[in-house]
Write a protein that binds this ligand. Structure first.
Ligand code: CO8
Length: 179
């Protein structure tokens, strides 16, 4: 079977398996400690160690949530010497995804909002932090910051993640939601 060959199996019609079926991450609750958390999967744009185009984010748990130390580089340039806002959003979205190691359940981004308070410079060390602000049923209200090495916050973000079950990743027939 090639990569392009539809798979057959036990799925219902209209519920075709996706290619990522074998690499859907699991999120056991991990205690605060010094080891890097496992990446979402090897090729994840945010944290996959095998994705040469990705950010290869390395994230740790702490008492409040999760944090990472990160440098954007020339692959992520927007305006000269400044990280592209979309690249910053990618990293923040992925960082939020690591909070699932504090929840122990699958969830996906429903809403992401970012305030770019000051430029995020290339080849410059930053500390990224994220925590769960509140949980309301399957709604996870999340907050994050990026700060420079003078402890100035240059970016803030909020997100709404929604808990989903594994079927979310096994189907390709999602209907768009209108708000
Ligand atoms: C595995 C983890 C890897 C992590 C990688 C980094 C994170 C990612 O990139 S995830 C990928 C990007 N995200 C996606 O692809 C998700 C696409 N969206 C979807 O599939 C669906 O919209 C999904 C599953 C999120 C939600 O669908 P559905 O369950 O129907 O939600 P819906 O009923 O509309 O909303 C649920 C609740 O949230 C509320 N809500 C929805 N949007 C908003 C919003 N923007 N603000 C406030 N509340 C909202 C609704 O009002 C509703 O509230 P209530 O239950 O009280 O009525």
């Amino acid at each position: 079977m090639t990569e392009d060959t539809p798979r057959t199996g036990t799925h219902e019609p209209g519920s075709e398996p996706c290619e990522a079926e074998d690499s859907i991450p699991t999120f056991p609750v991990v205690a605060s400690g010094s080891a890097d958390l496992p990446p979402h999967h090897d090729h994840c744009l945010g944290c996959g160690p095998a994705n040469p185009h990705g950010h290869q984010l390395r994230v740790r748990r702490d008492a409040h949530g999760v944090h990472a130390h990160h440098r954007f580089d020339s692959r992520h340039v927007g305006a000269p010497t400044i990280a592209h806002g979309g690249a910053v959003a990618t990293v923040l979205d992925d960082l939020f995804g690591f909070l699932l190691y504090t929840v122990g359940e699958l969830a996906v981004t429903r809403h992401l909002a970012i305030d770019y308070l000051a430029p995020v410079l290339l080849d410059t060390p930053y500390t990224l932090r994220a925590h769960i602000h509140a949980r309301d049923g399957r709604k996870l209200h999340l907050r994050a910051t990026i700060e420079n090495d003078h402890a100035h916050v240059v970016t803030t973000a909020t997100a709404l993640f929604l808990i989903v079950d594994i079927d979310h990743f096994l189907t390709t027939t999602h209907q768009p939601h209108h708000r």
